[in-house]
Write a protein that binds this ligand. Structure first.
Ligand SMILES: [Zn+2]
Ligand SMILES: [Zn+2]
Length: 295
């Protein structure tokens, strides 16, 4: 998240920047930010005193860039400017300073007003520091909710892994991937392949697949992804009791039987192929939760 701060002199931009620094925002100038390549790497940054639209050209299209316009009534801003300049100054110096500030503001007014119109948030700083900090704290909380790290959708996360596993399938007819998890922990994975040490399907290991049609009299040697995940668990002595099985294609009847007997509690599939009524009723009868997760 990158917060760019704009506003007229005396509005409190620097105070805002300093407070954001205590909330984990690192202060940068625009060139520093580009130089540091902090853009888009998840770092929370704040850029103080943006005075022209050209400064934020490279940032404007970023979805986590927020332009914050700090505003305060003119009277109050002048009071603050004089207060800031008070030490060691005489009245003439204060007047000269104020005049200079006003002239500078005149020159910049159009630019700042353009920025104010573009601002995503307008923060009115017309009370004491405590109130300003309260407003900023609420703003930071809201921004974290909106732009912060998205909550992990575990279904999408596990299914995307199953889809990656599926790419390892050696079968020339069926491609499928399975991952079995317990809570958030991986237990095993499986993809469609011929048995261990047997010539792979893509190298002609299965004559049924080679023929292009699965005929009843020719047994397919390829092992489904769900069965391979379950067999791998047996190979390494891992219990799948109560586990959740994510699979890219809905289980076959053979896979469903193995899933039931392995003690799997839940099956999540992506593509409905070929989920027939028998598979559905079998899993239902075995009290296994079956649901589809689309992505
Ligand atoms: Zn095959
Ligand atoms: Zn085959």
């Amino acid at each position: 998240m990158i917060i760019g701060i704009t506003g007229f002199n005396g509005a409190g931009k620097t105070t805002v920047t300093e407070h954001l620094a205590t909330k984990g925002f690192k202060a940068y100038t625009v060139p520093e930010l580009v130089e540091e390549k902090a853009l888009g790497n998840g770092t929370h940054c704040v850029i103080d005193n943006i005075t022209a639209s050209t400064e934020i050209e490279t940032l404007e299209n970023k979805e986590d860039f927020i332009l914050l316009h700090v505003d305060a009534p003119a009277e109050l801003r002048f009071e603050r400017m004089i207060a800031q300049h008070k030490e060691g100054s005489n009245y003439e110096e204060i007047l000269a300073f104020e005049k200079e500030e006003l002239e500078t503001e005149d020159e910049q007014k159009e630019q700042i007003q353009t920025l104010a119109r573009k601002a995503n948030i307008v923060l009115v700083n017309d009370e004491d520091l405590e109130e300003l900090y309260n407003k900023l704290n609420r703003m930071v909380l809201d921004l974290h909710k909106k732009y912060g790290k998205k909550e992990t959708n575990w279904d999408d996360y596990f299914m995307s892994i199953a889809q990656t596993v599926a790419k390892k399938s050696s079968c020339i007819i069926n491609t499928s991937g399975t991952i079995v998890v317990q809570g958030e922990r991986f237990l095993t994975t499986g993809y469609v392949d011929t048995p261990r040490e047997v010539n792979s399907c893509s190298s002609g290991g299965c004559s049924s697949c080679m023929s292009g049609v699965h005929k009843e009299q020719v047994v397919c040697l390829c092992v489904g992804s769900e069965e391979n995940a379950i067999i791998q668990a047996a190979y390494y002595g891992i219990s799948l009791k109560g586990a959740t099985l994510y699979t890219t294609t809905s289980p076959t009847i053979e896979a469903a039987k193995a899933i039931i007997n392995a003690g799997v509690a839940e099956v999540v599939y992506n593509l409905q192929y070929p989920l027939n009524d028998l598979v559905y009723s079998l899993l239902q009868e075995a009290e296994i939760v079956l649901r589809q997760c689309g992505n």
